[in-house]
Design a binder for this molecule. Structure first.
Ligand code: ADP
Ligand code: MG
Length: 253
C-alpha cells in the first residue's frame, strides 16, 4: 500500500514545489511507483514536469468537485514510474465552491484512497496557504514534509502550521505524523544559513532530514525546461541532494 505524503508550508517560495517534483522524480528513478498530485492553483509542479497546464482537458479541480473519474485526469508515465494528477488555474476558485460540499475536507482523501494500491508513494504539492486545499492534503496524508528555507524568518509562521497540523490530528486525521523538516536553499558560505540549521534542529530535533538542500542555480533553472533537476543536470548538487533526500524518505540511507 502506498504512503501519502503532503509537502506543506503556508509560506510561498520555501521550496515546496521543488521538493515535491524532485522527490517524486527521484523516488520513481529509484524504482518506486509514484503519483505526484498537484493541488496548487498555480500548477508549478504540473509545469515543472513538462505538462502544459493551460492545455489540460481535466485537472484536479474537476476531480475534487466530482465531475470526472481519476483515470481521465491522471497523466501517466511522465517518467517511467511517475504519474501526475495535474492542476490548473481553475482550482483558484475551488475553495469557495467546495464550501457547500458535504465532508469537504475529505474530498482529496476519498480520491487518493482509491489510488493507494497502485503506488508506493503519493506526493501532494500544497498551495501556499492553510486553506481548505491544504486541509484536504493533510486529511488525505499519512505524513507531512515541511520545507523550511534557510533564511532569517524561517521559523516565523511555523506556529500556525503546527496548530493546523494539530487540529487535523485531533479531528480529521488521527494518523497524521510529521515525517520531517527539510531545510532548503542552504548557503554554506553564510553564517545565517548555518544559524538557521542549528535553530531548526533545536526545535525539531531528529525530525530534521539529514539531507540539506543547497541553494543551487540548476534547481531554479530546471522548471523552465519542464524537467526535474536530475534530467536537466544530473551532476548538479541539487540533483545529488534530492537523491539523498529520496533515499532518506525510503529508509535506504
Ligand atoms: P514554493 O512551492 O514553496 O512556493 P518553490 O519550490 O516554487 O517554492 O521555490 C521558489 C523559487 O525558488 C522557485 O523559483 C524555485 O525554482 C527556487 N528554488 C527552490 N529551491 C531552490 C534551491 N534549493 N536553490 C535555488 N533555487 C531554488
Ligand atoms: Mg509551489
Amino acid at each position: 500500500m502506498g504512503q501519502i505524503i503532503a509537502i506543506a508550508n503556508q509560506k510561498g517560495g520555501v521550496g515546496k514545489t521543488t521538493t515535491a517534483v524532485n522527490l517524486s522524480a527521484w523516488l520513481s528513478l529509484l524504482g518506486c511507483k509514484v503519483l505526484l498530485t498537484d493541488i496548487d492553483p498555480q500548477g508549478n509542479a504540473t509545469s515543472g514536469v513538462g505538462v502544459n497546464k493551460d492545455a489540460l482537458e481535466y485537472s484536479v479541480y474537476d476531480l475534487l468537485l466530482g465531475n470526472v473519474e481519476t483515470g481521465l485526469v491522471k497523466i501517466k508515465n511522465i517518467l517511467d514510474k511517475l504519474d501526475i494528477i495535474p492542476s490548473s488555474i481553475e482550482l483558484a476558485g475551488a475553495e469557495i465552491e467546495m464550501v457547500d460540499i458535504k465532508e469537504r475536507e475529505y474530498l482529496l482523501r476519498n480520491i487518493l484512497i482509491k489510488e493507494k494500491g497502485k503506488y508506493d508513494y503519493i506526493i501532494i504539492d500544497c498551495p501556499p496557504s492553510l486553506g481548505l486545499l491544504t486541509i484536504n492534503a493533510l486529511t488525505a496524508a499519512e505524513s507531512v514534509i515541511v520545507p523550511l528555507q534557510c533564511e532569517y524568518y524561517a521559523l516565523e509562521g511555523l506556529g500556525q502550521l503546527m496548530n493546523t497540523i494539530n487540529l487535523v490530528q485531533q479531528g480529521l486525521n488521527k494518523e497524521l505524523v510529521i515525517k520531517g523538516v527539510v531545510l532548503t536553499m542552504f548557503d554554506g558560505r553564510t553564517n545565517l544559513s548555518i544559524q538557521v540549521v542549528d535553530e531548526v534542529k533545536k526545535y525539531f530535533k531528529d525530525k530534521v532530514f539529514r539531507s540539506i538542500i543547497p541553494r543551487n542555480v540548476r534547481l531554479s533553472e530546471a522548471p523552465s525546461h519542464g524537467k526535474p533537476v536530475m534530467l536537466y543536470d544530473r551532476r548538479s548538487r541539487g540533483a545529488e541532494l534530492y537523491q539523498e533526500l529520496a533515499r532518506e524518505v525510503m529508509g535506504i540511507e
